[in-house]
Design a protein around this ligand. Sequence first.
Ligand code: TYM
Length: 335
Amino acid sequence: MLDGKPVLFSGMQATSTLQLGNYLGALKNWVSLSEKYECFYSVVDLHSITIRHEPAVLRNCSRDVLMLYIAAGLDPVRNCIFYQSHVPAHSELAWILNCFTYLGELNRMTQFKDKSAKHETNLNTGLFTYPVLQAADILLYQADYVPVGKDQKQHIELCRDIAQRFNAIYGDVFTIPEAHLGKSGAKVLSLQDPKKKMSKSDENINSCVFLLDDRDTIIRKFKKAVTDSLAEVKYDPENQPGVSNLLDIYAIFKETSAKEAAAEFNGKGYGELKAAVGETVADCLKPLQERYDELKADKAYIDSIIKANAEKASSVAGKTLQKVQKKMGLPFKVR
Ligand code: TYM
């Protein structure tokens, strides 16, 4: 609890700009949660360096992600929106939590397994201890809930285990967080391979819709979406994952259910469904894209938010870090 409200923490990497899965699985829900909770939303730039990157791309993407948070509707005064690297307590607590995390636990992380297969030539320890930094992010703010997509559930469970282990030794230091998954959109699938989740790192450019893709590109990507040969618009995620994914996306933007969306396309062809989904997504993302353009032009405003929120986050995080250091017997600073 902070100022009488439960606390939310979440974050996104800045390896490129955001894609539709990030938006429907997380960002869109964040906006609807900001009223009831004290919210901290970080651009987790330190997580983004676990894979090789171009410095200029990281810097630009980090700023883009921060602006997209605001463009999607997060009020940067009510929500603390900040860069992870601007709050050194994240790295400091991560080191401490490394000493409370077992190799076996990290070895079991499916995301580590996936990423190590993809980045065989750069199997660095950052990739391995990535979930520990994530645990530090969450625990520093004493977060009650962590709104994420389904792929992050395992990391949040590990975070709970680490926090419980620490509390069992040193008393009630950390709030034990819970993952908060949206009712829909928790796993948006690739448009080219509906067995996989949509991901910005996918090599097939048509598999993923970026929030800043222009209208024609969005419509074209949906037109190329892989479906099936059953030739019937039905909501059946098990047997028709491609079609069901399109219906899920359409339903979220139209604020209806996937089953009702399926009824709307009853008797119609896949071509019609794909065109309607593409147009709906392009229409619904237009205000976000316009707001992003305005924000991009207002450097001073964005800079002021970055500065003010880094201070706010540092103050909250610093308190938890001090508590941890004190409990563990690390020497007091001499003032
Ligand atoms: P990242 O950057 O991969 O994704 C950010 C958020 O988007 C969600 N997401 C999806 N949801 C539905 N369908 C998809 N296809 C899809 N792809 C991504 C993710 O579940 C996530 O909520 N490790 C995290 C970042 C992180 C973090 C944290 C999250 C670092 N520290 C602390 C929460 C709390 C990650 O790589 O997310």
